[in-house]
Write a new protein. Sequence first.
Length: 174
Amino acid sequence: MDFHQLLIDRRSIRRYTSDKIDPEDVKLILEAGLLAPTSKSSRAWQFVVVEDADMLLRLSQCKAMGAGPIAKCPLAVVVAVDSTATEPWIEDASVAASFMQLQAAALGLGSCWIQVRDRFAADGTPSDEYVREALGIPETCPVVCILTFGHKDEQRKPQDVEKLKWENVHIGKF
């Protein structure tokens, strides 16, 4: 499959089978994140790999809504970044997360971005704080997102390129 087709076919997957992900595929996914470009080559991101079912269940409570897929995936990667090491830390972490999702799609695996930054648990605790405390992540490393990965237990239609919002593209000036 070429890259453009991969982009068309990749969709967020929230339901996974119970099958474990091959360790070599996990390595490739993490390597994709480590290959992501960063501002001034800071490489300040930190990835916490979580496969323990109890911890996945705990992490699924990090926000009031939308984190349920974490409890039912075989693998999650928490994407944090040392915010003292680079100014565009959100962007650096986001690029790395996207690279990991694209690598998973190329391997035929599903993934979903679970937003953590600027979200809150049901009790009002900031999601970032909740995840950092659960995993022992330092305060200087805010959590941007949690990526879920697994073998797909749902099928989604590819993107419809006829519905792309070309009106949002501006040439030369807005």
